[in-house]
Design a protein around this ligand. Structure first.
Ligand code: PMP
Length: 441
C-alpha cells in the first residue's frame, strides 16, 4: 500500500511514520485506532475525530442522511438551517445573532473570511486589504491562505509574504518574543508601506506554532489596535473550536475576554467529514451581501450537516467539554511532573495549553534548544513500543502537540504519561544514524 501511495501521490503529501512503519488504519472507536495488522493504537493527536473515532451518533446520522437525496444548497434543507442555528447558539453576542456560511474545509473557511475582509476593506478605501497575522501561523492550503500563513510562505522555496500582509511577533512565554504591542507594531509597519490595516487573523491557541497561547491582555490589546483603525478580527478556531479547551468554553478566544467579527470553524465540526463554517456578525455580513452572490456546491450538504449536528449533540450529551477540562488537567499535571524525569539527552522544557490542547516542549539538556531529532525518536518509540500515536509541531518540530478526541479518558491519560516517562528515561539515547521524521498535523 505504501509503495502504491508513493507511486500515485506527490512526495509533498507526506505520510506519518514514513521512515519506519506507515499505518494502514482499518478500524477503531473512541480514542483507539486499529491497523490492518490488528494492532490497536491510542490516539493522542487526532483533533478531527472530535467526539471519538466512529462515534455511533455521527455514523448513524451520516448513514441516514447519505441514503436520502442530496440536493444542492439552493434548496431548503432542515439539516443546513438547524446546524447554522446550533452554531450561532455557541457564539457570544453579537456573533450569536450573525450569519453562518457552511463550507468544506478550514482552508475554504479562511479563504472566505479573507474575502469578507476584502469586502469590508473595499467599502472603506480603494487600496489593498491590509492583513496582520502572527509568526508561524497556519491558516490553510489555498493560495490565499498561504499568503497569510507564515508557516508556509516563509519556506525557503516559497516567495515570502505579499506586501499587503504583515507578521506580528507571536507571544511565546517560554522562548520570549511577542510583546503586548506586537500587533500594534505590525499595523504601523503596514501603514509605513502605505497599506491600510483592515484585518487581523489570529488563533487564540496556535497549534502548528507549537501550542502558543497568548498571555492575558495580548488579544485585548491586539483587537484594540485593529478596531481603532476600523479593521476587523478573524478568530481561526479550526483547531481549538467546539470545546477543545474545556472550562465550559466553546472557543479559545472566549478565555481572553474578546469577541471577534468573524470566526472560522473546521476540523472538529464534521468528525472527519468535510465540513467547516464561517460565522460572521451582521455588520460584516450586510456589507458582503451588497456584492456578488455566494454559492458553494457542496458547502452545507445534508450529509456533512448531519455529522455536524451529531457532533454538537455528542459534545453536550456526553459532557465532552467537562471531560476535556478534567482529563486535560490531569494530563497537564502529569506532563509537569515529567519535567524532572528527563535525562541529559532530552527533557520536558515547557508544558502549556489547556483542556485537551496541550504542548510539551522537548528540549536538549538544560538549554531551550529544540530536541528535534530526539522528539522524533521518542514519537517513533511511542508508536513501536507502546502503540501510541503522537504529533510534533512548532518551528523546531519538537513540541508534542496533544489534541486527542475529546472522549480521551483518565486511563488513556495514565497510559500515555507512563509511556512518555519510560521513553524520556535515562537509559535511552538517540541512536546514531536515527533518521529524523516529523509527524505533521
Ligand atoms: N487553520 C488552522 C489553525 C489549521 O490548523 C488548519 C489545518 N491544520 C487549517 C486552518 C486548514 O484546515 P483544512 O486542512 O481543513 O483546510
Amino acid at each position: 500500500m505504501h509503495a502504491l501511495r508513493k507511486t500515485v501521490a506527490c512526495p509533498a503529501q507526506s505520510v506519518s511514520y514514513a521512515n519506519a512503519d506507515p499505518l494502514l488504519i482499518v478500524g477503531g472507536h473512541g480514542s483507539r485506532l486499529v491497523d490492518a495488522r490488528g494492532r490497536t493504537f491510542l490516539d493522542t493527536r487526532n483533533n478531527v475525530a472530535h467526539v471519538g473515532h466512529a462515534n455511533p451518533r455521527v455514523t448513524g446520522a451520516v448513514a441516514a442522511a447519505a441514503s436520502a437525496p442530496c440536493p444542492n444548497t439552493r434548496y431548503l434543507h432542515p439539516n443546513q438551517a438547524a446546524l447554522a442555528e446550533r452554531l450561532l447558539a455557541t457564539m457570544p453576542a453579537p456573533l450569536g445573532s450573525g450569519h453562518v456560511f457552511l463550507v468544506n474545509s478550514g482552508s475554504e473557511a479562511n479563504d472566505l473570511a479573507l474575502r469578507l475582509c476584502r469586502t469590508w476593506a473595499r467599502q472603506r478605501h480603494d487600496g489593498e486589504c491590509g492583513v496582520v497575522v502572527l509568526t508561524h501561523a497556519y491558516h490553510g492550503h489555498t493560495v490565499s491562505c498561504i499568503a497569510i500563513s507564515p508557516y508556509k510562505h516563509s519556506h525557503p522555496k516559497e516567495r515570502g509574504k505579499p506586501a499587503w500582509v504583515e507578521v506580528a511577533d507571536a507571544p511565546d512565554a517560554y522562548r520570549g518574543g511577542g510583546r503586548a504591542d506586537a500587533v500594534e507594531a505590525a499595523c504601523a509597519r503596514l501603514e509605513a508601506r502605505g497599506i491600510t490595516l483592515d484585518a487581523l487573523f489570529v488563533e487564540s491557541g496556535a497549534s502548528v506554532a507549537g501550542v502558543i497561547v497568548p498571555p492575558e491582555g495580548f488579544l485585548a490589546a491586539a483587537f484594540k489596535s485593529v478596531r481603532r483603525r476600523g479593521g476587523i478580527v478573524v478568530a481561526d478556531e479550526v483547531q481549538t473550536g467546539l470545546g477543545r479547551l474545556g472550562n465550559d468554553l466553546w472557543y479559545a478566544f472566549e478565555a481572553h475576554g474578546v469577541v471577534p467579527d468573524i470566526v472560522t470553524i473546521g476540523k472538529p465540526v464534521g468528525n472527519g467529514l468535510p465540513l467547516a463554517a464561517v460565522v460572521v456578525t451582521r455588520k460584516v455580513s450586510d456589507v458582503f451581501a451588497t456584492g456578488p452572490e455566494y454559492f458553494n456546491t457542496f458547502g452545507g450538504n445534508p450529509v456533512s450537516c448531519a455529522a455536524g449536528l451529531a457532533v454538537l449533540d455528542a459534545i453536550e450529551a456526553d459532557d465532552l467539554r467537562g471531560n476535556a477540562t478534567r482529563v486535560g488537567a490531569a494530563l497537564k499535571a502529569g506532563f509537569e511532573r515529567l519535567k524532572c524525569k528527563g535525562s541529559a539527552w532530552c527533557v520536558v522544557g515547557d508544558v502549556r495549553g489547556g483542556g485537551l490542547f496541550l504542548g510539551v516542549d522537548l528540549v536538549t539538556g538544560v538549554s531551550k534548544a529544540p530536541a528535534t531529532a530526539e522528539a522524533s525518536y521518542i514519537c517513533a518509540r511511542l508508536v513501536t513500543e507502546h502503540r501510541i500515536l503522537t504529533s510534533l509541531d512548532g518551528p523546531g518540530d519538537n513540541v508534542l502537540v496533544v489534541k486527542p478526541p475529546l472522549c480521551f479518558s483518565m486511563s488513556d491519560a495514565k497510559e500515555f504519561l507512563a509511556a512518555l516517562e519510560v521513553e524520556l528515561g535515562a537509559s535511552n539515547a538517540l541512536p546514531a544514524g536515527f533518521l529524523f521524521t516529523r509527524t505533521p498535523t
